[in-house]
Design a protein around this ligand. Structure first.
Ligand SMILES: NC(=O)C1=CN([C@@H]2O[C@H](COP(=O)(O)OP(=O)(O)OC[C@H]3O[C@@H](n4cnc5c(N)ncnc54)[C@H](OP(=O)(O)O)[C@@H]3O)[C@@H](O)[C@H]2O)C=CC1
Ligand SMILES: Nc1nc(=O)c2c([nH]1)NC[C@@H]1CN(c3ccc(C(=O)N[C@@H](CCC(=O)O)C(=O)O)cc3)C=[N+]21
Ligand SMILES: [Mg+2]
Length: 287
């Protein structure tokens, strides 16, 4: 078989960030304000702190003004709601992101429900997820949107093909399954209670893995020639690992998104793109 194709999210995201930067520079030159992105981080999870730092830097580089609120690990739901309210009311803020996971004492649903849907750049509110299920315009979750953009950029056909999604989370698995269905794929979702997941995964032309389990997926899960999207990200002693065991699947896959350099950079790009979309809607600029 021919060498598999590496789906280079890092390069595509950099290209798209350049285009966003140019669009933002153009409106700034016309006298408009900068788009503003608020990032709320609760607690001291080191991985979350790194992601938040990366998101802020990426925003700054393209002309989006990042603002952050860091709350202590012991914060209450009310404490977080106060910060959300403040950003909801702030006309300089177009997007609000609440970094997941929140500490256990905080009611995640209550916090998400407070984010104004027009500022919900993560696409996680009931309003935006509802719009997505109804095929209405809203703000689409970043990782799923980035995965679809990556598939599109590499001309990977979806219509009439079989897709299997491993994982059903609100952040990734569920919305990516919806988007794949909207693109006319036949979609199966598997999760931690699915018996014989390999047997189902082996039917996939496109396999999206968002299980949060390092190296869960091995050659037994792969149909020869399949396109495999590795969403998982784990920080180990020997660098970053995905949910896919790259060495073991390599000789069977047709294409693979690597970790790092695949879905992660696309997620950050889509966060910036959603912030730009929210900004244009707030400023009454055409899309
Ligand atoms: N690269 C990126 O941009 C991003 C990466 N991530 C990473 O992606 C991974 C998934 O994230 P997220 O969706 O938030 O994680 P969650 O933990 O919220 O969801 C994991 C899902 O995988 C399912 N699952 C767990 N174990 C298995 C298994 N053995 N077989 C089949 N399904 C399984 C779970 O099933 P059940 O519902 O039954 O519990 C659940 O639906 C994580 O590693 C995360 O760090 C997340 C977001 C963005
Ligand atoms: N409300 C919310 N929205 C999220 O989108 C969200 C979240 N919470 N919680 C955590 C997960 C995880 N996530 C990642 C984003 C970028 C990379 C990323 O840039 N990864 C780089 C590597 C970066 C590195 O070196 O660590 C890559 O894969 O190449 C990874 C993971 C977003 N998440
Ligand atoms: Mg998680």
């Amino acid at each position: 078989m021919t060498e598999p194709m590496l789906l280079n999210g890092q390069r595509l995201a950099a290209e798209m960030r350049g285009q966003l930067a140019a669009q933002i520079a153009r409106v700034r030159a016309q006298g408009y304000r900068a788009p503003g992105l608020a990032v709320i981080l609760v607690g001291d999870d080191p991985a979350s702190a790194i992601y938040v730092r990366n998101k802020k830097r990426a925003a700054q580089e393209i002309g989006i003004e990042p603002v952050d609120a860091v709350l202590p690990q012991g914060s209450t739901t009310e404490d977080v709601l106060r910060v959300v309210d403040q950003f909801n009311q702030d006309p300089a803020i177009d997007g609000i992101l609440v970094q997941m996971p929140l500490p256990p004492q905080i009611e995640t649903e209550t916090v998400l429900a407070r984010v104004r849907p027009d500022k919900d750049v993560d696409g996680l509110t009931v309003t935006n997820l509802g719009r997505l299920t109804a095929g209405e315009e809203g703000l689409v979750p970043c990782t799923p949107k980035g995965i679809l953009r990556l598939l599109e950029a590499y001309d990977i056909a979806l219509a009439g093909r079989r897709a299997v999604v491993v994982g059903r989370s609100r952040l990734v698995g569920l919305p990516v399954a919806l988007l794949l269905m909207q693109r006319q794929a036949t979609v199966t979702v598997i999760h931690s209670r699915t018996p014989e997941p390999e047997t189902i995964a082996r039917q996939a032309d496109i396999l999206v893995v968002a299980a949060g389990k390092p190296h869960l997926v091995t050659e037994d899960w792969i149909k020869p020639g399949a396109v495999v999207i590795d969403v998982g990200i784990h920080r180990g002693d020997h660098g970053l690992l995905g949910d896919v065991d790259r060495e073991r699947v390599w000789s069977r896959v047709g294409a693979l998104s690597p970790v790092p350099g695949g879905v992660g950079p696309m997620t950050i790009l889509e966060l910036l793109d959603n912030t730009w979309t929210a900004y244009r809607r707030h400023e009454g600029l055409s899309e």
